[in-house]
Design a binder for this molecule. Structure first.
Ligand code: B1M
Length: 210
C-alpha cells in the first residue's frame, strides 16, 4: 500500500512528525499494526541499515531515523499491547553492557507485554550484575538480553555464567536475541533460548512461564 511506502521513506529521511502522521493515517485506514510495523517502519530501518553498512549514510542520519522509528512504534503500542490482562510471569530485559541499540529490545518488551507478561526494562548498557539484581528483586522467571554488536554479544556469556554461579541457577531462564545472535551462539554459551524476532521471543517467554 502507498501509505506503507510513505512511512518507510519518511523514516529513512528521519522525519518523525511525517512518520507519526502516516502511521496514524495507516491505522485509520484499518491497516493492521503488525503490517505497519513490518512493511513500513522496519522496511525503512532495514534500508537505512544497508546504507549505513555501505557508508552511504552515517551515525547522525541513523540516529534520527531511529528516533522517527521510536515515535512511530509509540503510536502502534496500544495495538500491539493488550492492557490489563492477568500477569503470566515476569521478565527482566535489557541491552547488554557496551551496547546502546534499543529499538529491537523495546519491540520485544512490547510484544511480551502484549502476551500478559510483566516486563522490567533495564534499558541499554546493562552490566551483568544489574540483570541478576533485578531478577532477584522481582522474582523473575526470565532474564532477556539483547545485543546488536558482534563486540557486545560476548557479554551474554558473562550473564549465563553469573546466573549459573548464583542461587538463581535453574530458577531463571536466559533468553537472548538481536541481529548477530544465532542458535549456534546460544548453544555455545549455554543460554536457554534464542529467538530471531520479537513476536517469537514473546511466544517463547510465555511458554517458559507456563
Ligand atoms: Co548501529 N550498528 N551502531 N546504531 N545500527 C548496527 C547494529 C550495524 C549492523 C550497522 C551496519 O554496519 N550495517 C553495525 C554493527 C556491526 C557489527 O557489530 N557487526 C552497527 C554499528 C557498527 C554501530 C556503531 C559502532 C557505529 C559507530 O559509532 N561507528 C554504534 C555503536 C553504539 C553502541 O551501541 N555502543 C552504533 C550506533 C547506532 C545508533 C545509536 C546510531 C542507532 C541506535 C539507536 C537506538 O537503538 N536507539 C543505530 C542503529 C539504528 C543501527 C541499525 C541501522 C538498525 C538497528 C535497529 O534498530 N533495527 C543497525 C543495522 C541493522 O541492524 N540492519 C545497526 C531495527 C530493530 C527492530 O531490529 O534490533 O535487530 P533489531 O531487533 C530485531 C531482532 O534482532 C530481534 O527482534 C527484533 C525484531 O523483531 N531481537 C530480539 C532483538 N533483541 C532481541 C532479544 C530477544 C529476541 C529477539 O530475546 C531476548
Amino acid at each position: 500500500s502507498a501509505i506503507l511506502t510513505d512511512i518507510s521513506s519518511w523514516l529513512q529521511q528521519g522525519r518523525a512528525p511525517k512518520v507519526k502522521a502516516c502511521v496514524q493515517q495507516a491505522l485509520d485506514e484499518g491497516i493492521p499494526a503488525g503490517d505497519i510495523l513490518e512493511k513500513g517502519l522496519l522496511d525503512g530501518m532495514n534500508i537505512i541499515g544497508q546504507k549505513f553498512k555501505n557508508n552511504e549514510v552515517f551515525v547522525p542520519e541513523v540516529l534520527i531515523a531511529a528516533r522517527a522509528m521510536t515515535k512511530g512504534i509509540e503510536l502502534l503500542r496500544p495495538y500491539l499491547v493488550t492492557e490489563g490482562v492477568e500477569e503470566k510471569g515476569t521478565v527482566v530485559i535489557g541491552t547488554v553492557k557496551g551496547d546502546l541499540h534499543d529499538i529491537g529490545k523495546n519491540l520485544v518488551r512490547m510484544m511480551m507485554e502484549g502476551k500478559g507478561l510483566k516486563v522490567i526494562d533495564l534499558g541499554v548498557d546493562v552490566p551483568v550484575e544489574k540483570y541478576l539484581d533485578a531478577a532477584r528483586e522481582n522474582n523473575a522467571n526470565i532474564i532477556a538480553c539483547s545485543a546488536l554488536l558482534t563486540t557486545t554479544m560476548t557479554e551474554m556469556r558473562e550473564v549465563v555464567e553469573a546466573v549459573k554461579a548464583s542461587e538463581l541457577n535453574g530458577k531463571v531462564k536466559i533468553m537472548i536475541g538481536g541481529a548477530p545472535i544465532t542458535q549456534a551462539f546460544c548453544d555455545s554459551i549455554g543460554a536457554d533460548c534464542y529467538t530471531p524476532d520479537a513476536a517469537s521471543a514473546a511466544d517463547a517467554a510465555l511458554a517458559i512461564c507456563a
